[in-house]
Write a protein that binds this ligand. Structure first.
Ligand SMILES: [Zn+2]
Length: 113
């Protein structure tokens, strides 16, 4: 990551990165987790200082209004889908919506698997 990169800052601002929860990809329950707009300033600000380990790269071709939902609700859904270990062709019900788990998995370009 370098200065000027286009990124999104999710609600999970940072975590310790080495506790049992962080190592199990459960960073939001880390005792040292920080949250933007709650324990850290930002979230709805025009500018924010962010931990580069907890931001998502936003591709240049993706307009901000389409990228924004992926940073919070999209990542929450993506994480939930990963936790189910669903296979292609299986159905997943998400509160408030229903999606089909397709072969291409999910189109969240900024989320590492
Ligand atoms: Zn931790």
């Amino acid at each position: 990551m370098k200065e000027g990169d286009r990124v999104g800052v999710p609600w999970l601002y940072s975590a310790c990165g080495h506790c049992e929860f962080c190592l199990a990809a459960q960073e939001p329950v880390c005792a040292d987790a920080q949250f933007g707009g709650y324990t850290k300033n930002g979230g709805f600000a025009d500018f924010i200082v962010a931990d580069p380990n907890y931001v998502a790269h936003i591709p240049a071709h993706l307009v901000a209004k389409n990228a924004a939902p992926l940073i919070c609700a999209g990542i929450t859904s993506y994480k939930g889908i990963k936790q189910t270990q669903a296979r292609p062709g299986e159905w997943i019900v998400i509160s408030g919506g229903l999606i089909r788990f397709n072969r291409q998995r999910c189109a969240f370009p900024s989320v590492a698997s």
